[in-house]
Design a binder for this molecule. Structure first.
Ligand code: MGD
Ligand code: MGD
Ligand code: MO
Length: 710
């Protein structure tokens, strides 16, 4: 028998050790695959955590980031009380205040901006976090402002726009269980979505073919690939058209499906005929023979499922059109809304795809303030405006600074990180120029340091919240520990603000739970029933996914639109998914390299994990990956400093020569305080269709840092 002391050191739960276990979720990464976590708690602190065995999402697994969750929650810079700025913006001098004092300052200042400039002069923003967004959006509209916007101005929504244009649906997911061939376009789920990789591995084991299109040699390429197309960043649209041309000319397309369900095949066909394998090779670097091979492999192995890529593919100046071009292959092969192809998936609560619908769009929209100007970004990015109706946050800095078409003078932000934006120095300057800025975060970030009032929120382990999971599951979680210091959940903060502002919104003023009940009104979920066991997700009663083939097409033609009837209304846009140079347009002679900023690393997530010690230790210093060939030409070895220069700025960073990256490209991860990749992006480098910044294809030059010193 082990002694109590040994049992305590081994962290074994029991009355003698005082250790209990409770389940929660890790919300460090994207909302869809939030993993179940079992926390070991002693004296009110989490002392250990592990993947929850019987959770339908992760079934006991947890990634590097989640396993460091304890260090994330207890990061040294957690904010413990509301703070009022006493020094210059950005310096980080604050005094602790009470929640009551904070609201007494916030209320009159928001009201003053509203009275002087109109309600839309206050913008409401959310960073990466999704879980409280329906509340925040409704708060914004109830306040009278149209300017609700989020990090989704740079992530995923471009793909949603592309699907809306093509099919009228928001999204379609690959049916890996039945697919014959998987086109992993910008696909390395070993780093960015390990649970999806399990599905791909299982499908491969039963014979599914895998084609990967990536600019780097990744673990997915090495372990799981039948054909690898190594492409120059940002040129993917041409490759998609090249494959389409081959499919058409070798008659590997589904004529019946196209005849019945596809609009614009003829002009599309005419357009892609210019993309011969030889021209594609010239544009993309992918050998002509491989273009033919890819088409043959797709033709021989349908149905075709494709990786959706909400980031890499759409993070270039022609990103949305490129996504359309890739998804067009599913229309040609008759794989959209067919078993083994791409199955439309409704967005459920707070951006998750659980297979059923909730009213989280209706919930804010019933308070939409009509008779206001259009949201920020509508003039510059009108398609974004038409398809999303939200502020395009990538135009926020410009509008704050220029005051056109109308002033924005205050920002209420949850988890804003200015370093996620392209040309982020502009946003930093803009935030300094505001009349009033509130930021709500767990940590005193560099963005929070620009705020007048900082409010402390808590992590998923410290709150109870409604959650949905893929496959028709729902849960109302329970706090595992008390909120640290005076921190509070964001949804409560939002409802409290609505109350203190005395908004005409009974629902928000009644608190988060009343809102959730409203949002679930048309589902079979009984919240009281759900709350009887808050430790586990539960299958939604009567849940049945919509079968493939039953979704229909919700475009004006009632078909999959290769020729977009939405885009044909805009003189400046092309109805077909056209190819064009997707870089920032800098002179290729002067800037011969392409900068790919932000391809995922397994152990970091944007800005939020760089200060977590275990994770930081895996790569202590930010590094730029360059090819061994380029490193040799520059005389650079691992750890030597190089300077990367674009039309917008310069960055000095340690080099990591590797055979994984293509000569002529340089890769850096984003979100680092000390090596800010997004300072290298020019402010005009955005996709005109979506507004997304061209993070993955900015022209640059590199040299050894010493040469600069000399
Ligand atoms: N560990 C970790 N996981 C994450 C995140 C994170 O920060 N860290 N972020 C989450 C978020 S918000 C998102 S949006 C997703 C993103 O998820 P992904 O899109 O899967 O992530 P990336 O690694 O950026 O891109 C995938 C691959 O595209 C390649 N690539 C880059 N540029 C190009 C290009 O121009 N053409 C082609 N064909 N390939 C290219 C990269 O080399 C990379 O291997 O990941 C999520 N998961
Ligand atoms: N160069 C480059 N830039 C990119 C990308 C890229 O690939 N390359 N990717 C883009 C993409 S796809 C994305 S998704 C964005 C992500 O960009 P960001 O939104 O900046 O993501 P994070 O840094 O993860 O989170 C923002 C803040 O939210 C705080 N936070 C965490 N949880 C909570 C919470 O529950 N409540 C509140 N109030 N705050 C919380 C965190 O502490 C952090 O300060 O970056 C974009 N920017
Ligand atoms: Mo993202």
């Amino acid at each position: 028998m082990s002694s109590p002391d040994e049992r305590l050191r081994a962290k074994i739960p029991g009355a003698d050790t005082g250790i209990t276990t409770k389940n929660s979720v890790c919300d460090i990464c994207a909302p869809g695959p939030h993993c179940g976590v079992t926390c070991y708690v002693r004296e009110g602190r989490i002392i250990k955590l592990e993947g929850m065995e019987d959770h339908p999402v992760n079934r006991g697994l947890l990634c590097t980031k989640g396993l460091a969750g304890r260090q994330y929650v207890y990061r040294r810079d957690r904010i413990m009380t509301p703070l009022r700025r006493v020094g210059e913006r950005g310096v980080g001098q604050f005094e602790p205040i009470t929640w009551d004092e904070a609201f007494r300052e916030i209320i009159p200042r928001l009201r003053t901006v509203k009275e002087e400039y109109g309600p839309s002069a206050v913008a409401f923003f959310s960073g990466y976090n999704k879980w409280y967004r329906p509340f925040l959006q409704r708060l914004c509209y109830s306040f009278g402002s149209v300017n609700y916007g989020t990090e989704s101005s740079s992530c995923f929504t471009s793909t949603i726009m592309s699907w809306r244009l093509a099919t009228g649906e928001s999204f379609a997911a690959p049916d890996l269980r039945n697919a014959g061939v998987f086109l992993g376009w910008c696909y390395n789920a070993y780093y960015s979505a390990y649970l999806m990789q399990r599905g791909v591995e299982a499908a491969r084991a039963r014979g599914m073919k895998i084609i990967i299109v990536d600019t780097r040699i990744t673990p997915a390429v090495e372990k799981q690939c039948d054909l690898f197309l190594r492409i120059r960043p940002g040129t993917d649209c041409a490759l998609a058209h090249g494959i389409a041309r081959e499919l058409i000319l070798t008659d590997r397309i589904d004529h019946a499906y196209i005849g019945e369900h596809v609009h614009g095949f003829q002009p599309y066909r005419d357009y892609v005929m210019a993309f011969t394998p030889e021209r594609v090779e010239e544009l993309t670097g992918v050998p002509a023979a491989q273009v033919r091979q890819a088409a043959a492999m797709i033709g021989a192995n349908g149905p075709l499922a494709v990786n959706h890529s909400g980031a890499a593919l759409v993070h270039s100046g022609n990103g949305m059109q490129t996504h359309r071009a890739v998804m067009a292959l599913t229309a040609l092969t008759g794989s959209y809304d067919r078993p083994g192809g791409m199955i439309p998936a409704p967005l459920t609560y707070a951006h998750s795809m659980a297979g059923f619908t909730t009213l989280d769009h209706e919930f804010p929209l019933e308070k939409y303030p009509h008779h206001q100007p259009r949201p920020v970004g509508a003039e510059r990015f009108p398609l974004w405006d038409e398809l999303t109706g939200e502020m395009q946050a990538n135009d926020l800095a410009r509008q704050i600074r220029e005051g056109t078409p109308y002033p924005v003078r205050a920002v209420w932000a949850h988890g804003m990180n200015f370093r996620m934006f392209g040309a982020d120095g502009e946003l930093q300057k803009a935030l300094k120029e505001l009349d009033f800025f509130v930021d709500i975060d767990l940590f005193l970030t560099d963005t929070a340091k620009l705020a007048d009032i900082v409010l402390p929120c808590c992590s998923s382990f410290e709150r109870g919240e409604f959650k949905v999971f893929g496959g028709g599951y729902a849960q109302f979680t329970e706090p595992v520990i008390k909120p640290l210091g005076q921190s509070r959940p964001d949804d409560e903060i939002i409802c409290e603000l609505a109350k203190r502002l005395d908004l005409d919104d009974d629902l928000l003023r009644s608190g988060p739970e009343a809102c959730v009940r409203y949002i679930l009104r048309e589902t079979s979920i009984d919240l009281d029933e759900l709350k009887k066991d808050r430790q586990h997700p539960h299958r939604v009663p009567g849940f049945r996914p919509v079968p493939p083939g039953a979704h229909g097409f919700h475009t004006s033609t009632g078909k999959f639109e290769l020729w977009s009837t939405v885009l044909e209304k805009y003189p400046r846009f092309d109805p077909l998914p056209t190819y064009r140079d997707s870089s920032d347009g800098a002179d290729p002679e002067a800037f011969p390299f392409r900068l790919v900023a932000g391809a995922r690393l397994p152990h970091v997530l944007h800005s939020r994990l760089h200060d977590v010690p275990w994770l930081r230790s895996l790569r202590p210093e930010p590094m730029a990956e360059i090819s061994v060939e380029d490193a040799a030409a520059l005389g650079v070895h691992e750890g030597d400093r190089i300077e990367i220069e674009t039309a917008a700025g310069r960055l000095s960073i340690a080099a990591l020569p590797t055979a994984r990256v293509l000569p002529g490209t340089v890769h850096i991860y984003h979100g680092y305080r000390e090596a800010d990749a997004n300072a290298l992006l020019p402010p005009y480098h955005n996709d005109p269709y979506s507004g997304f910044p061209g993070y993955r294809n900015t022209r640059c030059r590199i040299r050894r840092a010493q040469e600069v010193m000399e």
